[in-house]
Ligand binder design. Structure first.
Ligand SMILES: Cc1cc2nc3c(=O)[nH]c(=O)nc-3n(C[C@H](O)[C@H](O)[C@H](O)COP(=O)(O)O)c2cc1C
Length: 357
């Protein structure tokens, strides 16, 4: 059995030793200078007997216990295990280096706090540091601008709201279709030095088109309940999985307002498309920004139909990837938008029922 040091470790000094963090495993452990030295010598696969030779001052039993401990915290990886496969996939496919990997893998599948926990934290913040200005005002010398509400597009934009309470009615297939087309539909093609690039209503860094959309249809008029892939190329939907009751709430990190939503669009990044062209890790930021453009167009198309699109970045990434059959390390769910008819009749609040997350 061979082992080696994990390639996903980062270290920070702390009180005479180090805190180590494995961003693929999301494990944290304390690490002495001696252990750091040992790990630095285990860069390549090593047989157990050779590993034992690296620790001449210890008895075999002690060595086995040390190695077991190091394996359990993710300091070492055993050959031919799922962890080793993940590391290999990371090494071979993640070309944007450690800082982006640290960020990306650290935010996958994290637990989310409840609304009341979020409120408690905010109340405590008000007590400890006070409220914070959310705008920077200009002086009275500032140039006055014309009334912005003078055209239809801006009036439509101003109507967009996140309303988490939904009427118990279906959304319609043509409404979902318009939302998908506004966000991702192909509206043209551009030739560059090596080939053709798809163009859409939303800009894409280098025209790399990293996003695919999946529709979670719970109650869509004209569409059988299920999970569908939207092909921007053909502007069509293909069924990829069944949709279980409760799936939407699970997929949005357990937020209870998902349960009654008739439909959700999930945007998944295929980062390899952007990596193919850009070696600069800044391209990771580009992909996140693109999700905002696509999401905004989806929200505006929904608003035009009298629907509300509720955005959320709180996601159960692993559950989503397993439903959708996405296996590559460079593919990740990034942003979800539920679609529903908002509950705005008398007595129901058109305002978000939860504070900003
Ligand atoms: C990137 C992003 C992530 C969001 N994530 C959540 C979320 O996890 N849960 C939620 O209830 N609202 C979420 N929201 C919605 C905001 O809370 C909402 O936009 C905010 O309260 C302002 O309301 P408005 O959308 O009606 O302008 C998110 C919004 C954005 C832009």
């Amino acid at each position: 059995m061979r082992m080696k040091c994990s390639e996903a470790l980062v270290f920070t000094p702390s009180d005479g030793q180090f805190i180590a963090y494995n961003f693929l495993e999301k494990s944290v452990f304390e690490c002495s200078a001696d252990l750091l030295d040992l790990l630095s010598r285990l860069k390549d696969w090593m047989e157990l007997d050779d590993l034992r030779n690296e620790l001449p001052d210890f008895e075999p039993d002690e060595i086995d216990a040390i190695l077991q401990g190091l394996l359990s915290v993710g300091a070492l990886v055993r050959e031919d295990t799922p962890d080793a496969d993940k590391e290999r996939e990371y090494r071979e496919n993640w070309s944007w280096g450690l800082p982006t990997a640290l960020m990306h893998f650290s935010v996958q599948d994290n637990p989310f706090i409840t609304v009341s926990q979020a409120e408690d934290i905010q109340r405590e913040k008000v007590r400890s540091v006070g409220l914070m200005d959310l705008h920077r005002a200009n002086s009275d010398k500032a140039l006055k601008l014309p009334d912005p509400m003078r055209n239809d597009l801006i009036q439509l934009m101003a109507k967009r709201r996140t309303i988490r309470r939904a009427l118990p009615v279906p959304v319609k297939l043509d409404q979902v279709s318009d939302c998908l087309f506004s966000g991702l539909g192909i509206t043209g093609w551009m030739r560059n030095c090596v080939g053709m690039l798809p163009l859409s209503m939303t800009p894409s860094g280098g025209g790399r088109n990293p996003y695919e959309a999946y529709v979670f249809a719970r109650n869509v008029d004209g569409l059988e309940r299920g999970v569908y892939h939207y092909s921007a190329l053909g502007h069509n939907l293909e069924r990829v999985a069944d949709l279980e009751e409760g799936d939407i709430t699970t997929l949005i990190g357990g937020q209870e307002w998902g349960d009654d939503k008739p439909c959700m669009i999930l945007l998944c990044a295929h980062m390899e498309r952007t990596m193919w062209k850009y070696e600069d890790p800044n391209a990771y930021r580009v992909i996140m920004i693109e999700a905002g453009h696509i999401g905004q167009n989806i929200m505006l198309a929904a608003t035009e139909h009298g629907l509300t699109a509720c955005p959320t970045a709180a996601l159960d990434h692993a559950h989503a990837k397993s439903i959708l059959g996405l296996t590559d390390i460079t593919q990740a769910p990034i942003y979800a938008l539920t679609l529903s008819m908002p509950m705005t009749e008398e007595g129901a609040s058109p305002e978000p029922c939860h504070p900003a997350h």
